[in-house]
Design a protein around this ligand. Structure first.
Ligand SMILES: Nc1ncnc2c1ncn2[C@@H]1O[C@H](COP(=O)(O)OP(=O)(O)OP(=O)(O)O)[C@@H](O)[C@H]1O
Length: 231
């Protein structure tokens, strides 16, 4: 019962539903990849889970208790972290200052740097001076420092070359290995499926069943090609 569960969740945007009757479960320590073409509703689904936008109907449960009526801040306090699309760093702050926003204490910062050793040598650099890949590393480190129970990740690779994004994958795996359940939305579908424990396809706002990532690769090759190419 320590799971993040969505029951029959529908999300409206503008004229009508962009996510319809979605059921899914994310377990602690597991990476669930949510894949699908552009406009399928992936971002809207993540936003409804963290409370950025309301959902129209259905229930969202954390550890068995409904969080459907809670505000975004309350959901964050309950353990849901959301890395939204785009570089979510404060560019004028140093790496240390960015991470301390959630780490709060020096021992916690030390713990984060042990998990993200590449950031140690850049710790006093202004974040705007970091490469795109390093900036996203800071974003992940800050999310990790908040000690969430579940982490929603929305297209962290935006603007990054696949080879740069690949350096972030072990860090996402490490966060999951620490017991955090990860719901991963990623344009580089094959890379996301490569680190996922389970995968679900979201198309036109509807999800199929959770399945092994390898079977998504085999069964949904056309859809994935379209998603990968942005078509
Ligand atoms: N702020 C908004 N207002 C109205 N409609 C929106 C808004 N944001 C997204 N939409 C619409 O909601 C639908 C789902 O979009 P969403 O961004 O959730 O999909 P996505 O799967 O994350 O796509 P992408 O990979 O392109 O980000 C699309 O039809 C989109 O045009």
């Amino acid at each position: 019962m320590s799971e993040l569960q969505l029951h029959d969740v529908t999300v409206n945007r503008g004229a009508g539903p962009v996510v319809s009757n979605v059921d899914l479960v994310v377990r602690p320590g597991e990476i669930l990849a949510l894949v699908g073409p552009n406009g399928a509703g992936k971002s809207s689904l993540l936003e409804s889970v963290s409370g950025v936008i309301p959902h129209a109907s259905g229930d969202i449960r954390l550890g068995g208790a409904s969080i459907a009526k809670r505000t975004r801040v309350q959901r964050s306090r309950a353990g849901i972290a959301h890395i939204e699309q785009g570089r979510a760093i404060f560019p004028s702050l140093t790496v240390r200052e960015n991470i301390m926003l959630t780490a709060k204490t020096e021992p916690a910062l030390t713990e984060v740097l042990a998990a993200f050793p590449e950031l140690e040598k850049r710790i006093d650099a202004q974040s705007v001076l970091l490469s795109g890949g390093e900036q996203q590393m800071v974003v992940l480190a800050r999310a990790f420092a908040a000690k969430p129970r579940f982490l929603l990740i929305d297209e962290m690779s935006l603007g990054l070359a696949p080879v740069v994004f690949m350096r972030l994958l072990p860090l996402i795996q490490q966060i999951a290995a620490s017991g955090v359940g990860v719901l991963l939305v990623e344009q580089f579908t094959h890379l996301a499926l490569g680190i996922a424990d389970e995968a679900m396809v979201l198309a036109s706002g509807r999800v199929g069943h959770a399945q092994a990532p390898a079977s998504v690769l085999a069964d949904d090759a056309d859809l994935l090609r379209a998603a990968y190419l942005g078509g």
